[in-house]
Design a protein around this ligand. Structure first.
Ligand SMILES: Nc1ncnc2c1ncn2[C@@H]1O[C@H](COP(=O)(O)OP(=O)(O)OP(=O)(O)O)[C@@H](O)[C@H]1O
Ligand SMILES: [Mg+2]
Length: 371
């Protein structure tokens, strides 16, 4: 039967990013020539319900997801989610060339060397990376997550009435959103495949660092510094509670560059934030230096620029500060590049302004589109 007369419904995908401070949910409709953001919601995560990436209070988080579903008018159904935090590790390892099945076995035996928790309690996955030059060895990227962490996510989504169809690892998801590969963005506007770039997701609890050449991941690290640490520093300095400090940070704080003269009124808050920013920038610098020290066959070359995502990156002045300290051009990401924002959403909130926070959710919803 010819189906050409029937309007074909676009395929839609939902990405759910359960962060330590905010739950982000997005739905993308994929048309042949374009991608459209059709639903979006951000909802606070109940305090202390995630510990190192594990959901310790599934019922409370499921409640918050349900509020996000209601606020964004999502339908219950399939979702893509991602895990992150200290219970997730990504390691690069080299093995002598061997057949795929042997490699899989070798990974099981060798994995413990690379991960900081018992391998029996971990869920493992690995990808063979294409190597440049050296043909004697196989480079493998090993991803391990504590199984209890994955289970806590599955349980929470089920309690919220959702059906998890895949669980990704956040750092890779961010890369998918920030490289701009999707219908609607011409090849020429993709992030340059030859340039090595450091992508940062500054969350509340952690900053995920991914260094990649095109879509090839060269280095990943999760640093336990994020937006909440800035808030805590303000709270301690001013002797106020966390919520009040969070409000001050978002509404009227500013991070000054090193050596820049501060407005007298800004001094206590900006000084408190500078200490946190200095340790974050140091960890970023160390990661980039470590990457750049590796032979070019492994590193792909030196990092040329830094791209920021995550809610924590919205801190006024953080981009300039990191740019100075790291000594590389640093800019805010645009995960919505080439994506049409449905007018229903656009009329309600400035989704473009919050888009760096939506990077992981967008990357998840693009999972079936880009890979
Ligand atoms: N305008 C703003 N200025 C400064 N900080 C902001 C702003 N908006 C959000 N934040 C901070 O961003 C953080 C939340 O960002 P995000 O939602 O990306 O984190 P998360 O995903 O919940 O955390 P994690 O990834 O560590 O689990 C909070 O620390 C919040 O204070
Ligand atoms: Mg996050």
């Amino acid at each position: 039967m010819p189906s050409g007369f029937l309007p074909r419904r676009a395929k839609t995908f939902v990405g759910l990013d359960i962060g330590t401070s905010r739950i982000k949910m997005v739905e993308l409709a994929v048309h042949p020539e374009s991608v459209e953001l059709v639903r979006a919601a951000v909802e606070p995560t109940p305090p202390e319900s995630l510990v190192e990436g594990r959901i310790v209070n599934p019922a409370a988080v499921a409640g918050a997801i349900k509020r996000a579903i209601a606020a964004g008018k999502f339908r219950a159904g399939d979702v893509f989610a991602a895990v992150a935090g200290q219970g997730v590790v990504v390691r690069h390892a080299k093995f002598p060339n061997m057949p795929a099945e042997e490699l899989r076995q070798a990974m099981q035996w060798e994995a413990q060397k690379y991960i900081p928790f018992p391998v029996e309690q971990a869920t493992l996955d690995f990808t063979v990376l294409p190597t440049e030059g050296d043909q004697q060895t196989t480079e493998v990227m090993l991803v391990a997550a504590k199984s209890e962490l994955i289970e806590s996510h599955l349980q929470t989504m089920e309690l919220a009435g959702l059906t998890p169809v895949a669980i990704d690892v956040q750092p890779f998801t961010m890369l998918r959103a920030l490289r701009h590969k999707r219908p609607g963005v011409p090849e020429s506007e993709l992030r340059d495949d030859d340039a090595v770039t450091a992508y940062l997701d500054v969350g509340a609890g952690t900053t995920d660092i991914v260094i990649a050449k095109g879509e090839l991941v060269k280095f990943t690290r999760i640093v336990p510094i994020g937006g909440a640490m800035f808030t805590k520093a303000i709270a301690e300095r001013l002797g106020v509670g966390f919520d009040e400090a969070e409000r001050i940070k978002i509404e009227r704080s500013r991070l000054y560059r090193r050596g820049e003269e501060m407005d007298a009124d800004d001094v206590p808050v900006s000084e408190a934030m500078s200490e946190v920013a200095a340790s974050l920038a140091l960890e970023i610098r160390r990661s980039i230096d470590y990457h750049d020290m590796q032979p070019v066959s492994a590193s792909g070359g030196d990092v040329k620029s830094v791209i920021l995502a995550g809610g924590g990156a919205a801190l006024r002045g953080l981009d300039a500060y990191i740019g100075d300290e790291v000594g590389l051009p640093t800019e805010m990401s645009d995960p919505l590049k080439g994506i049409i924002v449905n007018p229903r959403i656009a009329s309600k909130w400035d989704v473009q302004a919050s888009s760096p926070m939506l990077a992981v959710g967008i990357g998840l919803a693009l999972r079936e589109v880009v890979d």
